[in-house]
Design a protein around this ligand. Structure first.
Ligand code: GLU
Ligand code: ZN
Length: 469
């Protein structure tokens, strides 16, 4: 048997960590079993489905390299086909037309509530003559079995059972002729010969209904695995409308796809205490049994940690390519500053994302007069700072050699001479050179910036202090 899994998002919002976890687990399960991964776009809800969200689905999967082997199939292109099957089911007595209008349904509901029963449709149109024809509007309902139990063995949760008496006759075609979600899922899973359905636990209640439809059509019932939800820090389920968890936002923020996948894998699946998994490891080790039944909480710090790890083990050329992209996007020429190949390794241990890295090296490449000072600058607009900077300027001006040690010695000597702490010298220099109070070693900054630019920026700050005093 060829294992076939599918990812079947509805294009009603941007893909988030929860969605991609479903995609990743389905993809991994197919890969691990030399199977086939199918992509299906469930866009029968015409009002809520949007092309930009379909594009978001493709872009996200492509960025993460979760390639699909079949599809994308669009449900919206198959409406006629679904309708033909519904006609067949009507003919065979597997489904029936329900002419109840909203008023009738509401009355039925209220009566049931009064009797303290579940407000279900009572099946009153079920036994209308098949040939009964009315000009009134109707929906088509599936004839769900009235008695017995429908059960399935969830690959994560074990056996799950429902009494048929609790399931009402599901609408499979709306008044406007459009088939409903549960029906299309069933038909598509059959058509694509899906063997394993891996999806969110919000679909557990749909599963018995879908199984009943499958059985009525004498189709094979796939195996099911329902994943628990992913929640944000406030323990609220992720929503497709929340941009802070949109995966492609993390691309913009400079996260690596490898890190995102690794983080998502661990969001609900484990292999001992192992945290880092290459794609090869993932495919090799993945199984459905080790997926947790409890919900998972999104942890940004952990994601940052994993991203930093991947940035540090990645090929430097790969990181450089991404940084160059940031330069282009910001209309900056990286050739106007120090060699990226030399800069990047110095900064990598101190940053968590590519954007972080870009922001921490940016000041080497912008024009000297574009350096702006932060608010805390006011604490340094005094005669002491002025004196320090003037000495630093003079010492650097006469320097012949330009290397890390020489620069550091100058600063140390000034601190000894003036009998002040090193940091009292370093912070004003940093402010002058890069407009920040924190960064990597001051000698490294000065070294990479070069003598001429360092002098220019110190002089600019000296003038700034003089004007303010
Ligand atoms: N379209 C459904 C969703 O986005 C998934 C349906 C399924 O996986 O069966 O939640
Ligand atoms: Zn009815």
């Amino acid at each position: 048997m060829i294992i076939k899994t599918r990812f079947a998002p509805s294009p009603t919002g941007n893909l988030h960590f929860g969605n991609i976890r479903t995609a990743l687990y389905s993809w991994l399960y197919a890969k691990k079993n030399n199977g086939i991964f199918v992509l299906r776009i469930e866009d029968t809800d015409q009002k809520r489905s949007k092309d930009i969200y379909s594009k978001n689905i493709f872009d996200t999967l492509k960025w993460l390299k979760l390639n699909w082997n079949e599809g994308p199939f669009f449900q919206s292109k198959k409406i006629k086909y679904y309708q033909e099957i519904i006609l067949y089911m009507l003919k065979k007595g597997l489904a029936y037309k329900c002419y109840c209008n909203n008023e009738t349904l509401l009355r039925m509901k209220n009566e049931k509530i009064l009797k303290q029963e579940k407000p279900r449709y009572d099946g009153r149109c079920r036994n209308l003559d098949k040939n009964f024809n009315s000009l009134n509007k109707y929906v088509v309902r599936f004839k769900n079995p009235i008695t017995g139990i429908v059960s399935f063995n969830d690959m994560i949760r074990g056996e799950i059972k429902f009494n048929n008496s609790e399931l009402d006759d599901l609408i499979i075609q709306r008044e406007n002729g459009i088939p409903t979600y549960n029906f299309c899922v069933v038909i598509d899973d059959v058509d694509s010969k899906i063997t394993h359905v891996i999806r969110g636990e919000d679909h557990i209640n749909n599963t018995p209904r879908q199984i009943n439809i499958l059985r009525s059509l004498q189709a094979n019932v796939p195996s099911y695995a329902h994943l628990s939800m992913v929640m944000n820090n406030n323990k609220i389920n992720f929503s497709k409308r929340d941009n802070s968890i949109k995966i492609l936002t993390y691309k913009k923020l400079g996260y690596l796809p490898e890190a995102i996948l690794n983080y998502i894998l661990r969001l609900g699946w484990s292999h001992g205490n192992q945290e880092i998994f290459s794609i090869k490891d993932m495919i090799h080790l993945f199984n459905l049994k080790s997926i947790t039944k409890s919900s998972s909480i999104f942890d940004l710090n952990k994601l940052l940690w994993i991203n930093k790890y991947y940035m540090n083990i990645s090929h430097k050329k790969y990181i450089k390519k991404m940084i160059v992209y940031y330069f282009k996007k910001n209309n900056l020429d990286y050739k106007l500053g120090p060699d990226l190949d030399k800069i990047i390794p110095n900064f990598l241990p101190h940053v968590y994302t590519i954007k972080n890295l870009f922001n921490s090296i940016l000041y080497f490449y912008i024009k000297d007069n574009k350096i702006s000072y932060p608010d805390c600058i006011n604490n340094y607009l005094n005669f002491d700072t002025l004196k320090i900077l003037k000495i630093v300027y003079k010492k650097i001006l006469i320097l012949k050699d330009w290397n890390l040690n020489v620069i550091l010695n100058i600063i140390k000597n000034i601190s000894l001479r003036l009998k002040i702490l090193l940091k009292e010298i370093i912070i004003p220099i940093r402010l002058a050179l890069i407009g920040k109070t924190h960064s990597i070693g001051i000698n490294q900054i000065m070294y990479f910036l070069g003598k001429e630019k360092s002098l220019f920026r110190i002089k600019k700050f000296i003038k700034y202090i003089e004007i303010s005093l």
